[in-house]
Each structure stands twice: as C-alpha cells, then as structure tokens.
Write a protein that binds this ligand. Sequence first.
Ligand SMILES: Cc1cc2nc3c(=O)[nH]c(=O)nc-3n(C[C@H](O)[C@H](O)[C@H](O)COP(=O)(O)OP(=O)(O)OC[C@H]3O[C@@H](n4cnc5c(N)ncnc54)[C@H](O)[C@@H]3O)c2cc1C
Length: 336
Amino acid sequence: MKINENILISSLTTMRLGGPARYVVEVESYDDVAEAFGFARQFGLPTFALGYGANTIGHDEGFNGVVVINRMLGIDEKPTTDGVRLKIMGGEYWDDVVAYACKKGLTGIEALSKIPGLAASAPVQNIGAYGQEIADTLVEIDVFDTSDSSYKTLSKSDLKFSYRKSILNTTDINRYFVISITLDLKSGEMPRPFYNSIEQYMKEHSISDCSPQSIRQIVSAIRDSKLPDPMEQASSGSFFKNIYLDNNEALIAESKGYPVYRGKDGNKINSGWLIDQAGLKGRLLHGMRVSEKAPLVLINESAKGYNDLKAARAEIVAKVYDKFGYWLEQEPVELQ
Ligand SMILES: Cc1cc2nc3c(=O)[nH]c(=O)nc-3n(C[C@H](O)[C@H](O)[C@H](O)COP(=O)(O)OP(=O)(O)OC[C@H]3O[C@@H](n4cnc5c(N)ncnc54)[C@H](O)[C@@H]3O)c2cc1C
C-alpha cells in the first residue's frame, strides 16, 4: 500500500481543478483495501474512492481525508457456452480491457471504446456510449463494504442500474470500494440496429465489417473527431446528462419541434443540442469553453478555480431552462 500526502486533486483528475488531498492511498491487494479504510477510520477521516479522475471534479479547498485508488491489475478468463467470462481487476485501464476483448473477437463492450477511466469505475455510473452500456454485460462485482469492513460480491441486480446510475452513485454512495468487475462477453458481433452515427460512418467509409475490432475502430474514429483527448484538453467529457422523457413528455417535446431520440433505453433529447440552441456552443464562460464540436463537453481552458466552473455551469443551466424549460443535471461527481 502506498500512502502519499498532500497531493493536488487537480493532478489526479482530468478537469484539472482542486486543491490538496491530505492522503492518497494506492491499493494493490485485497488486504491493502481493508488496511487503507482502517487507516482512515483510525484517524477519523472521510474517504473517497478515485479511479482515473475522468468523471470527478475537485474543489479549491481540497479534501481533508483519504483518497483511495485501486491499482490492482489482471484479467482472469473462463470459457462459457457462447463466449468468455472475464474477471477484471479494478485498476485495469478500461480501454485496455475493451482492446483485449475486441482482439479476442468478443462482443459486448466494443462501443464503449476510448472511454477514459479505470475498470472499477465503469459500473459506478453505468458507463454507456453508442448503444451499449456496462449493465448489458456485467455479471457481478467484488467490493469491500466500508459499513462493516467485509468483502462481498454484488450481482448485477443488486446494483440497480439505470441511465448513468447504480446504487454506487445513489443510495449507497461512498459505501462500497470496487475491487474487480466480472463481465460475460459473447463470441460474435454486435446486433443491429447500430447507433446512427456508426451506420453513417460505415456508409461514408464503405465499411461492412461489423466485428468487434472494426466497431472499436469506428467508434474510436468518431470519438477522436469530436471529443477532447483528456491528456491534451482538461475536461470531464459530457458535463451534463441527456434529458430523458416519458412518452407524454416526448410527444409534447416533438410538438415543439425538439429532436427526440427514441432508443431502447427510452426517449431522450441530447442536452448538447439544447446547449447549442441556447446559443452557447463554442462560448468561453469564466474560463470554461463550451466545446464547439460537442457542446455537452466543458473544457477547462483557463478557469482560476472551482468557482469559475460553478459560474459557467449556472449560466448554462439558466439559459437552457429559460429557453426550453428543462433543468440540466451535472454528470461528474464532486470530490468533497
Ligand atoms: C473525454 C471524456 C469522454 C468521456 N466519455 C464518456 C462516455 O462516452 N460515456 C460515459 O459513460 N462516460 C464518459 N466519460 C466519463 C468517464 O470517462 C467515465 O465516467 C469513467 O467511468 C470514469 O472513470 P474514472 O476511473 O476516471 O472514474 P473517477 O472519475 O475516478 O470516479 C468516478 C466515480 O467512480 C467512483 N469510483 C472510482 N473508483 C472506485 C472504486 N474502486 N470503488 C468505488 N467507486 C469508485 C468515484 O468515487 C466516482 O464517484 C468521459 C470522460 C471524458 C474525460
């Protein structure tokens, strides 16, 4: 177990905001996890489980507690009747897991290519993109339960997945530390219909190969063309969630001419469209740039601190509400 002191949260998160965390503990084994949380309890300090920091925002005052990062590596593979069961240690970088699966011709997570983060964080907000989400393939996760200091296995149904939600970021926030995740992947190809942008890309580039490797390349190319690389531009990816509507609300929205996407996960309006229509695309607000290519993304170009982000967020939320009557909800978590 590695214990580091006074580490800037800005250096641990892709939005690059946030003052010092008093302790940052990197755990490399099951025993380390119990030890890390025992250490925090001994000193009466709060804890926060952090991964790659791609969906976490730091505050200027920092965190007077213990940040625990999963550094456990390894992928265990067992054949199933129609594919492979993978047990992935939480410290694995998510996109390396996707690359590994695609190389073996396994389908189920290829559309989740290039999502920055660690495997342990993937179930927390039920990562999703281009028609797939981790809930589609997740079987169970191994956790450390901080409420009674025990190791447990939680099944998919225990996690109560929905759009960008699980018990890990709602009812049981900060309770479980994710150690590993287990996925069932199948041999074969992603079933059609594909997401519109994938179909469009295939058409434009005359691609007919739907293998996991091919879909991975397509998704990666689409993402590279519009999303900022967190190594080059500070952001947390989509800063706001999309707006989900029931059937009645969807009909009202359509009668007003708003584009409603009816997918297998429900009716939604892309919040990036709302931000664009509110005249905010490309604008620099308090040092935060509303991305020109993907208006749902806020890029930290020159924010002096968390208050600048707060001011930019307030301005965007108010403008969208005034124009459309929808409240935008923030996607990234705040480290506090
Ligand atoms: C450019 C960009 C593009 C993105 N695109 C997408 C996208 O297409 N789809 C999507 O869903 N997301 C996307 N994201 C958001 C982000 O990549 C995902 O949420 C990812 O899962 C975050 O992983 P992380 O390790 O960085 O998590 P962190 O930000 O470190 O943590 C996120 C949450 O997980 C919790 N957590 C972390 N580790 C553990 C653990 N061991 N045990 C328990 N809880 C833990 C944290 O407490 C926090 O609540 C994008 C982000 C960026 C910057």
